[in-house]
Design a protein around this ligand. Sequence first.
Ligand code: SAM
Ligand code: SF4
Length: 347
Amino acid sequence: MLNENLFAQPLDQFKPLIDPYMRRINYLRVSVTDRCDFRCQYCMSENMVFLPKKDLMTLEELDRLCTIFIQLGVTNIRLTGGEPLVRRGLLDFIKNMSRHLNTGALSELTLTTNGSQLTRLSKPLYDLGVRRLNVSLDTLDPDKFKQVTRWGNFSKVINGIMTAKECGLKIKINTVALKGFNENELFDLTSWCAQNEFDITFIEVMPMGDIGNENRIGQFWSLKNLRQRLEERYTLIDTPERSGGPATYIKVWETNQKIGFITPLTHNFCESCNRVRVTCTGELFMCLGQEDKVDLKTPLRKYPNDDRPTIETIRRAIEAKPKGHDFDYSRQTIQGQVTRYMNHTGG
Ligand code: SAM
Ligand code: SF4
């Protein structure tokens, strides 16, 4: 007689990924390229040297890797970069990945983008099953936009965002809080988002990479202070919503809009972390704020027809997922800085 439990037990190979702190890993961020058409001051130096093409995972390899993670219980994938929409062939990659949306194995495939390609790509993205986008926008002033992105074109981005909205994509604006730069736009940005029915998430600037001469401590605007400023005008209602990531959320009573705060430096978000990151070179980072990484490209390439060595490597990595990161500005020096750039790991 058949043992019915046999069907209740996942095959050992495909049992879910649970780290030593009992956090279930079901969210994967994939940086599909380190390249970008902008050079944001806090993210890159102006003379960035990008990785040689041969070091990048092919889109077929990224598909195979994402599929492995889905078999291991990942239900949400976010594509990021660099700028994901400048990677050639990305729409074909998304088209192939949408098979997992169709089977229901993947609940959501989303992107974080700078918005520069959205006028052209919003409709195809919607047609392929993408329903939500995070778009980065730090200012509503075209001159300041040029200053912070160095190479960005403000009207192109705004057109892109509006096209995405018209196509039915739900939009969340990501704004890095920058002291002396967008402090005076707090209410303009918030009410522009409310008018357009966009959520907005503010992000504290993180110490990633060597970005040149910019003074990061000078750039740091604590979200504690930002929140106090919002409270001068609005009634903020805390919500229990957690995405498993670094954001906490509030509702604005007057506008009914959702505002997120990503506060890695003033608030530790690690205890409920459900995510890991894969870079465009196939490195698996278990924590955004730590240097520990595992190479997945080698087992993937060495065993083209056998996923088990890659799965084994992923499992060993998850067993070593650190409890949290060590970023800290509190002593006015940068503690816990990591040397890689944000565009490499994906924000
Ligand atoms: N190019 C896309 C974009 O800008 O949305 C995706 C990649 S970008 C690295 C992802 C997010 O990281 C963006 O919202 C960006 O503002 C944020 N980011 C980049 N460098 C950062 C830093 N040093 N501290 C905090 N956020 C940063
Ligand atoms: Fe490019 Fe995004 Fe980094 Fe800006 S934040 S330079 S858009 S990767």
